[in-house]
Design a protein around this ligand. Structure first.
Ligand code: FAD
Ligand code: UDP
Length: 390
């Protein structure tokens, strides 16, 4: 087979690049993925009971970039989403992320925003430039709320103390003194109305001269395909056969449990409404249990059915060759990744893109934004006839 672009990975990055390059350059693309479906980690599917679930963990779309929203909006309608998360600790549900309602639960009576601000001022640890995830939280809310909600969860998720992780990790979670309890900060929060997989199918249908091969590992297919450029969206250390060492990642195990309408009837007092198992989309378990969170994505997909499926998420140590879900943002990993970035900079044949290939804790909108920019760069390189610039 002979193509212009061999694209490894059918996730957001690979799909955006295939769509842009095939349509804007008229280039031929072959996308290969070792999984059996489109969408990478954002893939969703109907389980055996007909409930739509996110196979590789919950995917909450959000963005501040109208260009990203509008680009994806060509392939999907949007369903506005209120991503509501609670935390379970000390034997009860807590409003989360930390806000005025959480404070009222803590002190056991109504309070004002001014009172909460005064409380935070009295407990926060004065640190002007937080250097890690522990400091970023205690400098805002002090030790008690940090230990209730962040210390145990982070230790479980990363098998590291928050003090060992970059400040950006826990800084992902907003802390507010008003009653705004949205988990995310971005201005646009919505989910593809018919699901992520349907959106990717529509992207693929919009591609010209593009083929997809599933259950196909790059290393197995590369000798059977001739191509002018390679776009690689898998793990960069794996691409280079770990010649500069194995990069640190965290992995996960997902455990699904299904409930019939009859079983849910007994849960109604907990869930607050019929047809659901828990009272919110996601419940975080910072201190109790081996899992970090339970997700019931039906709360945001809008699916109407009287049964449900929940997914418990267990952090796992990453083993070479296993599922690399998260790059680990600690003090040493940027240096380890840099060794690969330097090898890649000397390699004129490949464009590395996406969460794994650039070793960044990227959200979906960030990878789409980066892929749209890279498409412009590749188009310019292509038109200039250069092998590769950048
Ligand atoms: P991926 O989706 O990882 O796709 C890469 C693809 O390449 C995979 O399908 C893989 O099978 C394939 N591949 C890799 N190596 C090879 C090879 N050698 N040969 C063939 N195929 C290969 N983002 C949000 O915005 N909101 C969220 O709520 C959110 N939740 C998340 C929850 C979890 C548990 C995880 C892990 C991530 C979450 N993300 C979320 C991040 C989001 O998944 C990523 O930003 C996005 O999916 C990255 O897209 P990608 O195309 O770069 O990579
Ligand atoms: N976190 C925490 N307690 C929580 C939720 C998050 O300590 O209840 C920390 C934890 O370190 C986590 C990080 O904040 O990895 C980012 O959380 P987010 O929910 O954004 O993680 P993701 O959805 O990317 O797994």
């Amino acid at each position: 087979m002979n193509v212009d672009f061999l694209i490894v990975g059918a996730g957001f990055t690979g799909m955006v690049l295939a769509e842009r390059l095939s349509n804007e350059l008229g280039a031929s693309c072959l996308i290969v993925d070792r999984r059996g479906h489109l969408g990478g980690n954002a893939y969703d599917e109907y389980d055996d009971h007909g409930v739509l679930v996110h196979k590789y963990g919950p995917h909450y779309f959000r963005t501040d970039k109208p260009a990203v929203r509008d680009y994806l909006g060509r392939f999907t309608e949007w369903r506005p989403a209120h991503y509501q998360i609670l935390a379970w600790t000390r034997g009860r549900y807590w409003r989360f992320p930390i806000n005025l309602n959480t404070f009222e639960q803590l002190i056991g009576r109504p309070a004002t925003e001014e009172e909460f601000k005064a409380h935070l001022a009295s407990v926060r640890v004065p640190i002007s430039q937080p250097a890690n995830s522990e400091e970023v939280i205690v400098s805002q809310v002090g030790w008690e709320l940090y230990e209730m909600f962040f210390k145990g969860y982070t230790q479980k998720q990363w098998r590291k103390s928050p003090a060992e992780l970059d400040a950006s990790v826990c800084a992902r979670i907003p802390i507010r003194t008003n009653r705004d309890d949205r988990y995310l900060r971005e201005s646009f929060q919505a989910i593809p109305a018919a699901g992520y997989t349907r959106m990717f199918e529509r992207m693929l249908a919009a591609c010209q001269r593009t083929m997809v091969l599933f259950h196909a590992d790059y290393h197995a297919v590369r000798q059977h395909v001739s191509y002018r450029k390679l776009i690689f969206t898998g793990a960069i250390d794996e691409y280079y056969d770990y010649r500069a060492g194995v990069l640190p990642y965290r992995s996960l195990r997902f455990e699904r449990e299904h409930f019939t309408a009859e079983q849910l009837a007994a849960r109604q007092a907990v869930a607050g409404k019929a047809g659901f198992w828990q009272p919110a989309l996601q419940v975080n378990y910072p201190n109790e249990f081996d899992y970090t969170r339970i997700v019931e994505v039906k709360h945001v997909t809008g699916q109407t059915c009287d049964n449900t499926t929940i997914v418990r998420e267990y952090p796992l140590d990453y083993q070479r060759g296993g599922e690399a879900y998260y790059p680990v943002p600690d003090a040493t990993s940027p240096r380890q990744y840099q060794a690969y970035a330097e090898i890649a900079a000397r390699d004129p044949h490949v464009y590395f893109a996406g969460r794994l290939a650039t070793y960044r804790y990227y959200n979906m909108d960030q990878v789409v934004d980066a892929a749209l920019s890279l498409a412009e760069q590749i188009k310019a390189d292509w038109r200039a006839g250069a092998r590769r610039v950048a």
